[in-house]
Design a protein around this ligand. Structure first.
Ligand code: NAP
Length: 267
């Protein structure tokens, strides 16, 4: 039998973190060894996640917890403010980071990749762990070869901290790798209300809608002669991301360096 993978979860009491805790507890090949979320310290991680008590108490000090519990993998769903430091600490202690938190800059990703290589461990930063979300990004990149005029519209809840979403940024990057260079639209357009045309990225626009009641959706709209094409993905619940997180926790044990994007695990 293959070795059990020991998992720590940062943001264990958050909306995504609770799903991760439940997913780890339900998989016999994974063992929850630590759960970190400072404002929920002392609570049982299983109970906090809405499952049976699991005997792992939530802690507040990540470094101390990593040293004491010696996990193989750290899964992080926290905030853009804390995730970089959390990832650096994990790598420092040779704990493979699987990061779902969004808001990284390209420079931060490069730096973390170098740290992973130095420590000879694998890592993953994935702005979107859902299979449907990944397919939406791949199909959008493919369509952009034939329809270089496009706009991305992403929809999230009104409390989301970063904009555009990590998924929108990743989609824009994947499109830019294959789309012909083009600054679309009228070169003389001007905004009478600042920001009306959305964020500018490599010749096209990204729009971020933030509303209560919305979970996570994105559409990429392509315009051509006499036609439009829309590619859209709708997420309805957080559990939908867990098969992807589960696969990532296992895959990250098998390579060295930081991979950016869950699409690299899907053919
Ligand atoms: P959330 O419900 O606010 O959960 C975040 C949790 O992290 C909270 O319990 C928070 O505690 C805790 N936290 C804050 N700083 C921490 C630290 N330094 N160490 C440990 N825990 C800390 O947020 P969410 O909805 O779960 O989303 C979390 C992140 O995942 C966001 O960036 C979101 O965009 C991203 N996300 C990614 C995917 C994907 O597929 N990659 C999918 C959905 C969401 P307090 O409440 O006390 O601050």
């Amino acid at each position: 039998m293959s070795q059990i993978i020991k998992v720590a979860v940062t943001g264990a009491g958050g909306r995504m973190g609770k799903e991760v805790v439940k997913m780890v507890l339900e998989d016999d090949t994974l063992q929850l060894v630590a759960a970190i979320d400072p404002s929920k310290s002392g609570q049982d991680a299983g109970t906090l996640a809405g499952a049976a008590p699991c005997g792992v108490s939530v802690t507040g000090d990540l470094e101390l917890t990593l040293v004491e519990s010696k996990p193989d993998v750290l899964v992080d769903f926290t905030t853009p403010h804390s995730v970089v430091a959390n990832t650096q600490l994990a790598i420092k202690h040779k704990v493979r980071p699987v990061i779902g938190t969004t808001g990284f800059t390209p420079e931060q990703i490069t730096e973390l990749d170098e740290l992973c290589k130095k420590q000879e461990i694998g890592g993953l930063i994935a702005p979107n762990f859902s299979i449907g979300g990944i397919l939406m990004m791949k199909f959008a990149a493919q369509a952009s070869k034939y329809f270089p005029d496009l706009e991305i519209i992403e929809y999230h809840g009104d409390q989301k901290l970063d904009a555009p979403s990590g998924t929108a940024v990743k989609t824009a990057e994947m499109i830019s790798e294959v789309r012909e260079e083009k600054r679309q639209g009228n070169p003389n357009e001007h905004e009478t209300i600042e920001g009306s045309r959305g964020g500018y990225y490599n010749g096209f626009r990204i729009h971020s809608v933030r509303l209560p009641g919305v979970f996570a959706q994105q559409e990429v709209i392509f315009g051509g002669f006499g036609q439009t094409l829309k590619i859209r993905h709708d997420s309805y619940e957080r559990a939908g991301y867990m098969p992807g997180v589960n696969l990532a926790v296992k895959k990250v044990m098998e390579y060295t360096g930081l991979i950016y994007g869950f699409e690299h695990f899907i053919d």
